[in-house]
Design a protein around this ligand. Structure first.
Ligand SMILES: Cc1cc2nc3c(=O)[nH]c(=O)nc-3n(C[C@H](O)[C@H](O)[C@H](O)COP(=O)(O)OP(=O)(O)OC[C@H]3O[C@@H](n4cnc5c(N)ncnc54)[C@H](O)[C@@H]3O)c2cc1C
Length: 545
């Protein structure tokens, strides 16, 4: 603890929320709605940078030095010894301010599995009302579908501009035997359909814009940016607040009711560990006194990986063509005057959810189509090829491999060690290869084949399982969906119980992507928002505020 003269201010609140990300902004809105005093703390700055709000700006946020934590996983033998980049938003809105904006709820079976694993209250029937509550869906089914929400804060929209190449993918997938699904967030996830985005008109809909901005007029909500939560404070085993650090001085945030850790799948287990909640052997090894033994803090980490299959394209427009020379100027003007075109694009324009084999209850592969291609020789997200290309990203959505996030020292400023253990489970490789074959089948269908000049990656000469495995291990990348590092469960070994209370201590909850016992079938922003919606209700039911 710092000396008294180093503590510049003590802030009192009913609820203190650490992290203004996808979950934190939702929590701040819901908990302050009833009049409770809420303090929201964020390590990053306010979200004023224009690249956050222009959808295509995401390309430049991927490695942004100030708005992104830019973690790296440890060198991993499963991916050829590479240290994979793990971007995470460090700004109001957190990762929802830098992500690809794809809105995917997951498969109903995901949540039914959570419930079967002991997480009472988290079946699909239980969580559906929270998905509906948070969204305002502007797709074809808007207002007509009992499974979709119409008056939530989060705008969910279809693409404003769809390139014909995307239509060709959707057609080709059907030619390959994958049925069309008009709404993969509605009655049927399995199949091929068009992407939905968290976007309001021409602008990104981060949780900071959707949930926090309208709540900031409330006098009982206080938001502090550029402030790092260093340590959770306890009286006995009751959490009473958080020690904060900003520009060389300290602040203390005191919570009359709960402290809610919403610092994400890396930040949340890290903060628990440096505060004395974790595996005793690990805590002792880094010089942290054990407050509560909880061996699974930071364990059970899983992530989604994707392998790319891409083709050279002729006679159809790709994004690669739109972002160069005069066409870029045209696209910029189109965006400014019409709010349409390449500047409104997020990460992917159409999706297929498929099964790697017969007999599975739900899809285990996500195929994400993008009418563009990246130069494999250049690093990063923002290096599109000069020639026209189209990509199917093959993602194993139910991975079995598990890793860990473990503090390297007692210093809260030092980044933790992320051991992903990618592709350590043999089944993950099998599913990936099945997905690559499926992607190749789609590219081979008439709707796409006529415009393809051939497969660039993996390269049609790579056909054997060994050659494709080598390709996967040496080129695969993260799609940035880490979850599970503060696993929810009914068992004593879980980090939080189904009410999201940290086991063994009082007045402390974790509410963010880290609590997922298993990752969902798809991207993780929508499920995280749902977790925060439900978490806020659990808190209000318990405290009456
Ligand atoms: C590049 C990228 C693209 C993605 N694309 C998509 C997509 O298209 N669709 C989708 O569904 N998902 C996508 N995701 C994943 C999705 O955005 C995340 O799963 C989700 O945002 C996680 O929400 P969270 O609340 O758990 O964490 P975050 O949103 O990361 O929030 C955590 C917040 O806590 C703050 N914080 C951390 N530690 C501290 C501390 N000690 N003190 C104070 N503040 C702290 C962080 O700065 C951050 O603001 C993407 C992720 C990335 C990185």
């Amino acid at each position: 603890m710092p000396a008294n003269n180093q503590v510049r201010e003590t802030i009192q609140a009913d609820y203190v929320i650490v992290g203004a990300g996808s979950a934190g902004c939702v929590l701040a809105n819901r908990l302050s709605a009833g009049g409770a005093r809420v303090l929201l703390l964020e390590a990053g700055p306010p979200d004023i940078h224009p690249l956050i709000h222009i959808p295509a700006g995401m390309m430049k946020l991927h490695r942004h030095p100030r708005l992104n934590w830019n973690f790296f996983a440890e060198p991993d033998p499963g991916v050829g010894g590479r240290a994979i980049h793990w971007p995470r938003g460090k700004v109001l809105g957190g990762t929802s301010s830098i992500n690809g904006m794809l809105y995917v709820r997951g498969n109903p079976r995901d949540y039914d599995r959570w419930a079967q694993m002991g997480c009472a209250g988290w079946s699909y029937a239980d969580v559906l009302p929270y998905f509906k509550k948070s969204e305002s869906f502007a797709g074809a089914a808007a207002g007509k579908d009992a499974l979709r929400g119409n008056d939530g804060e989060m705008a969910v929209e279809n693409y404003r501009t769809v390139l014909p190449l995307t239509d060709r993918f959707v057609e080709a997938a059907q030619q390959a035997g994958i049925p069309f699904t008009p709404d993969y967030n509605g009655a049927t996830q399995e199949g091929v359909g068009y992407s939905q985005n968290t976007r309001r008109g021409r602008f990104r809909a981060s949780t900071a814009r959707a949930f926090l901005a309208p709540a900031r007029v409330r006098p009982n909500l206080r938001v502090e940016t550029n402030v790092l939560a260093c340590k959770l404070l306890f009286q006995g085993k009751t959490c009473t607040g958080v020690l904060l650090h900003r520009d060389g001085h300290y602040l203390i945030a005191k919570a009359a009711r709960d402290v809610i850790v919403a610092a994400g799948a890396i930040g949340s287990p890290h903060l628990l560990q440096v505060s004395g909640i974790g595996d005793p052997a690990h805590l002792k090894s880094i010089g942290v006194d054990v407050l509560q033994a909880s061996p699974n803090v930071g364990r059970n980490l899983s992530d989604h990986l994707a392998s790319l299959v891409f083709h050279r394209i002729r006679d159809l427009t790709t994004v690669n063509d739109l972002v160069r020379g005069p066409r870029l100027v045209m696209e910029a003007l189109r965006y400014v005057f019409k709010g349409r075109g390449a500047f409104t694009f997020g990460v992917t324009t159409a999706l297929a959810f498929v099964k790697s084999r017969e007999g599975l209850e739900s899809p285990d592969i996500q195929l994400s189509f993008t009418p563009m291609s990246r130069d494999p020789k250049r690093h990063g997200f923002d290096e599109l090829e000069h020639e026209a290309g189209a990509t199917i990203a093959v993602c194993v959505v139910q991975p079995e491999s598990r890793g860990s996030v473990l503090a390297r020292s007692a210093d809260p400023e030092e980044y933790p060690a992320i051991q992903a253990n990618y592709l350590s489970a043999p089944r993950d490789i099998d599913v990936m290869l099945a997905g690559i074959r499926r992607a190749r089948e789609i590219f081979a269908q008439p709707a796409l084949a006529a415009n393809s000049e051939g497969e660039i990656r993996p390269g049609s000469e790579l056909t054997s399982a060994q050659a494709l495995t080598d390709y996967v291990r040496t080129t695969v990348g993260s799609v940035f969906h880490p979850v599970g590092s503060c696993r929810m469960g009914a068992d004593e070994a879980s980090v939080v119980d189904p009410q999201l209370r940290v086991r063994g201590v009082g007045n402390l909850r974790v509410i963010d992507a880290s609590i997922m016992p298993m990752v969902t079938t798809g991207n993780t922003n929508a499920p995280t928002i749902m977790i925060a919606e439900k978490g806020a209700d659990l808190i209000k039911a318990a405290t009456g505020v």
